[in-house]
Design a protein around this ligand. Structure first.
Ligand code: AGP
Length: 576
């Protein structure tokens, strides 16, 4: 997690308007604390959101600066632990995204040599390490080679020396990209930081480092210069504003009709061949495994249900547990699903899988992301930038991809109807859900029940209620409730039942909890409290999920919670 940025410019730029504004675009990666340092040696840090830092500092101009937005791993959320970290003389400044695994060892070596530490972080070893070897007479490039060889762990690091005019950048596992603008270079965790300035970028590969000043030079870990190709990327800038919505979450929920339409059109034209190749790969492979985390895992579960309906055996495992469950070989097809394309649990499994010769297909939202670059080919869900930590429109589009691939393999479905039905589901239910939220806002637990393709949605709605509304929620298989969890149902316990196509078993499961006093909320396409457009149960999953999006949003709003940036979370989870 953590967002890092560095700007090296021929002309002076504003710290507030350029450096901190760019950093703000990376805030979704972590928002515990933030800070920046400039070429002149000025350094400022603060706990909390970047806006607080912007409001508290006086603007200045510079030609080189680095910034950091933190998601805490080693050390609490304090000013001392905020980045940039620096050496005693305040001549070396560094920002870091990742984890230096052997930092204790390096710290001991540095402490023995008289270095004092001000923070509890692993990252603080970086400026001291460089300081130590500079004082021993080594050049910075040699220290970078040494650092890359000695340091264990993951890192995207930007470092500079006071008044030197160069940024030294190193990358292993954590993302790092160089934006090539007309009169400056921007180094950042992802393209969002500079997508308003340029569409040209160079993506760092693992174990590469670079020195950036008025030009740039890239090197492999041994210090051999390498030539890299500039890539052109496309990104829609209108996604970056809230428009008339109070929160990005609600805006993104309402973007779903347009986002799904964009994807469906692209799957018919631009991504037609990729979809066909995906279907071919499924037919040819002996084993099919999905790989994902969080919400994307729920999309993969839907993929498994759909493929099994077509008689194709497929499995999915949460990426962080993949190695404990599944073995892959060259005849395996691995389908990685990820909004960000950077989730470390997925990335690290893919790196191992790559060595086996298995085929890797990814379904991502963020183009040029690490997961996309690790795959043989990729389908983009084209949801546009999603700024709220909660995945909403990207999840819907992941399901659309699942339905499209099932259709390609023979499943009967009319994808063109989906955007209109999403719109109707939102229009018909938003006000009802808002009122419902008033009655649920003080509840400690909510249960969500589903069966078949609605089961992943029950889990997804529960996840949204937890992460956005801070309500303990469980998404369960309707049939499994009676095997234990039903003991928790008492008078007034809220239970949301997802009942597509008058599913008799789900109706029975709902009656079972009602008999024990539960307050049921039935989401159905026939009779119920919240009615969504009539459809196949695979499509029902999309419309039922809208209810979950709205419900978690309105409960959180009633409780005045930080909807777009819920506590302890980050949009892109780039640590294991
Ligand atoms: C979704 O609302 C969550 N923020 C989270 O579970 C997320 O889906 C998970 O971290 C996976 O992210 P990815 O899709 O970017 O890989």
């Amino acid at each position: 997690m953590c967002g890092i940025i560095g700007i090296v410019s021929k002309k002076s730029f504003s710290v507030k308007n350029d450096l901190l504004k760019g950093l703000k675009k990376l805030e979704y990666r972590g928002y515990d604390s933030c800070g920046f340092a400039t070429k002149e040696g000025a350094v400022e840090k603060s706990v909390g959101e970047i806006q607080l830092l912007i409001d508290s500092v006086k603007d200045s101009t510079t030609t080189l600066g680095i910034g950091h937005s933190r998601w805490a791993t080693h050390g609490g959320v304090t000013k001392a632990n905020a980045h940039p970290h620096f050496n005693k003389d305040k001549t070396l400044f560094a920002v870091h995204n990742g984890i230096i695994e052997n930092y204790q060892e390096l710290k001991q070596m540095l402490e023995k040599n008289g270095y004092g530490f001000m923070s509890e972080t692993d990252s603080e070893v970086i400026p001291h390490y460089f300081d130590y070897y500079i004082k021993k007479g080594l050049g910075i490039k040699d220290i970078m080679i040494k650092f890359m060889a000695e340091v264990k762990g993951t890192f995207a690091i930007l470092l500079f020396r006071k008044e030197d005019g160069r940024v030294y950048a190193m990358k292993r596992d954590s993302p790092l990209v160089l934006g090539v603008c007309d009169d400056c270079f921007v180094l950042a965790s992802d393209i969002y930081a500079f997508s308003d300035k340029t569409n040209k970028a160079l993506f760092f590969d693992d174990n590469e480092f670079a020195i950036i000043s008025s030009d740039y030079h890239f090197y492999n870990g041994n210090g051999k210069e390498i030539k890299k190709k500039i890539q052109n990327f496309e990104w829609s800038r209108e996604e970056e504003t809230k428009k008339n919505f109070e929160h990005f979450m609600l805006k993104e929920v309402h973007e779903q009709p347009a986002a799904s339409r964009r994807l469906i059109e692209s799957l018919k034209l631009m991504q037609k061949d990729a979809l066909k190749s995906f279907a071919e790969a499924i037919k040819k492979s002996k084993r099919i495994f999905f790989l994902a985390c969080g919400t994307s895992y729920h999309a993969s579960l839907i993929g498994v249900y759909l493929l099994r309906k077509l008689g194709i055996e497929a499995h999915t495992v949460i990426a962080s547990e993949f190695e404990n469950f599944l073995a892959v070989d060259k005849d395996t097809l691995v389908v990685a699903i990820s909004q960000s394309g950077e989730t470390m649990d997925v990335v690290s499994v893919l790196k191992d899988i790559k060595k086996t010769g298995a085929k890797i297909i990814s379904i991502v939202n963020v183009p040029y992301s690490t997961i996309q670059r690790l795959s043989d080919f990729s389908i983009e869900v084209l949801a546009g930038q999603e700024i709220c930590v909660a995945a909403t429109k990207s999840f819907t589009n992941q399901i659309v991809v699942m339905l499209a691939i099932a259709k390609e393999l023979g499943f009967l479905i009319n994808l063109d109807e989906i955007p209109g039905k999403i719109k109707k589901a939102l229009e018909d239910n938003e006000e009802k859900v808002r009122k419902l939220a008033l009655g649920l806002k003080d509840k400690k637990d909510i249960f969500v029940l589903g069966r078949g393709i609605s089961y992943p949605i029950a889990r997804e709605i529960a996840l949204k209620l937890k992460e956005i509304s801070y309500v303990h929620a469980e998404g369960m298989m309707g049939g499994e409730l009676k095997h234990g969890t039903i003991a928790l149902i008492e008078k007034g316990t809220p239970v949301i039942s997802l009942i597509p196509n008058h599913n008799e078993d789900m109706i029975s499961n709902t009656k079972e909890v009602e008999a024990r006093g539960a307050r049921t909320i039935i989401v159905s396409d026939t009779n119920g409290d919240l009615i969504v457009p009539k459809s196949h149960d695979a499509e029902f999953s999309i419309y039922a999920c809208m209810i979950g999006h709205l419900l978690s949003y309105y409960i959180a709003k009633e409780n005045k919670l930080p909807i777009d940036k819920p506590r302890n979370l980050a949009k892109s989870v780039t640590v294991k």
